[in-house]
Design a protein around this ligand. Structure first.
Ligand SMILES: Cc1cc2nc3c(=O)[nH]c(=O)nc-3n(C[C@H](O)[C@H](O)[C@H](O)COP(=O)(O)OP(=O)(O)OC[C@H]3O[C@@H](n4cnc5c(N)ncnc54)[C@H](O)[C@@H]3O)c2cc1C
Length: 385
């Protein structure tokens, strides 16, 4: 596998685009809890958010590794792709499992930016990581599916036109396996908000535009169901390896940002008449964070390469997410420690990036659940839940 041709042109272009959105921009968004609309618009205009959509539907038809390069560079520049990354992986559900009619109707408009597919509603307050026990129902009334229930942590719902929604179409008692009886809907939420759909923002420790959704008899036309009824869990699962690889790339971008920031500060900051980076107590943690980042980066490139070859590499995607999120967290802690008191000051961006990097230990899948996957599916240990 040749890692040297890793989308250098795309990386350079993203890096240049990100210079328009400096630390001050991200600090303002963070302080005001504001969606980085200008940044998302710039990415959309340049076609980066439709990089993975086939050219037949107006996208660039690039492989997953190109999407990973885009997200990595955004994070390496000090920005955050959380405002828009979902579009890259949620559209995969439509692409792989949608009808030709659905693809032709939605994908070109998503490519052009006319429609935003940023919201992905799976998690519920009572089910959490145990997705198949979710309680949101979709019942057919002869004309529409009527959705009732609640989602939590549905990020970017206020900044999206479309929502990819997982709901139960057959009661859990009536299916042989818990994974059956769930269906995926592509919901155009624009006309439903304030009527049968209520969106409530959740304030979080970082700026992530996440929300709670409440559905009260929300009608969704049958033609908005993706694929076959009751098979939705499989469709959502099939997109998870891509999601994990893309998120791992964001983590590697973060790790690189923290390491560079720490290295520069350690070189410039003079205490006791010498740069703090001259002390091995400061340089060794940075060197260790670097080594962890490089090792994790190899797994990321390996997983993305396998995906690009047409495989769906569960083990490697999970390993990449685990190792890259741990590498970014290690680098985040090292950077904070290197900055000492100044790490806490908003103007250096370290505390913001530190808060943002913590998320990847929990979402889109928590570290424990990845370890559980590796234990059961790779090491063949007994299933724990
Ligand atoms: C900012 C943010 C944005 C998000 N955006 C979205 C989104 O857009 N769409 C969406 O659908 N979801 C989203 N999520 C939800 C996210 O995917 C979940 O938070 C995550 O999957 C964990 O679920 P939970 O929070 O319910 O934790 P829980 O399932 O309640 O778990 C709590 C803790 O217990 C551990 N745990 C649970 N069961 C086990 C077990 N069997 N073995 C070992 N440990 C276990 C978990 O690892 C975790 O550490 C978001 C979350 C956050 C915080």
């Amino acid at each position: 596998m040749d890692f040297t041709k890793d989308h250098i042109d795309i990386r350079d272009a993203i890096s240049k685009l990100c210079t328009q959105f400096d630390g001050g921009y991200w600090q303002r968004c963070d302080r005001e809890n504001k969606y980085p609309a200008e940044f998302v618009t710039a990415l959309t205009k340049e076609g980066y958010l439709s990089a993975l959509i086939p050219s037949k539907y107006g996208g660039s038809g690039l492989p997953l590794s190109a999407g990973a390069a885009i997200l990595e560079e955004i994070h390496k520049s000090g920005g955050n792709a959380g405002a828009c990354h979902a579009q890259m992986y949620t559209m995969g559900t439509i692409l792989r499992h949608g009808s030709e009619e659905q693809k032709s109707k939605y994908l070109p408009k998503i490519s052009s930016g006319e429609l935003r597919l940023q919201a992905f509603g799976v998690t519920e307050p009572s089910s959490g990581s145990d997705t198949t026990s979710l309680n949101t129902t979709a019942k057919f009334d002869g004309e529409n599916y009527i959705i009732n229930g609640q989602k939590v942590w549905t990020s970017r719902a206020e900044h999206s036109d479309l929502l990819l929604l997982l709901a139960r179409t057959t009661p859990i008692e009536e299916v042989q396996r818990r994974t059956e009886g769930l269906s995926v809907f592509l919901v155009d939420i624009r006309k439903l908000i304030g009527k049968s759909l209520t969106i409530k923002p959740i304030r979080t420790m970082m700026n992530h535009s996440t929300t709670e959704l409440f559905f009260e008899n929300m009608p969704v036309a049958p033609e908005n169901m993706i694929g076959e009824i009751d098979s939705g869990f499989r469709y959502i699962l099939s997109g998870m390896n891509a999601e994990r690889i893309l998120v791992a790339a964001e983590c590697i971008g973060d790790a690189k940002w923290f390491i560079e920031k720490a290295r520069n500060y350690a070189t410039e900051r003079v205490v006791f008449n010498r740069p703090i980076g001259q002390n091995q107590g400061i340089q060794f943690p940075i060197a260790r964070a670097y080594s962890k980042m490089r090792a994790a980066e190899l797994m990321l490139r390996w997983a993305a390469g396998l995906f690009d070859q047409g495989q769906n590499p569960g083990e490697e995607a999970n390993l990449a997410k685990l190792l890259c999120s741990e590498a970014s967290w290690k680098a985040a802690e090292t950077c904070m420690q290197t900055f000492g008191g100044f790490g806490f000051a908003e103007e250096y961006d370290v505390e913001r990036k530190y808060r943002e990097a913590q998320l990847y230990q929990v979402a889109p899948i928590s570290t424990n659940l990845i370890l559980s996957y590796l234990s059961e599916h790779v090491l063949d240990l007994p299933r724990s839940y």
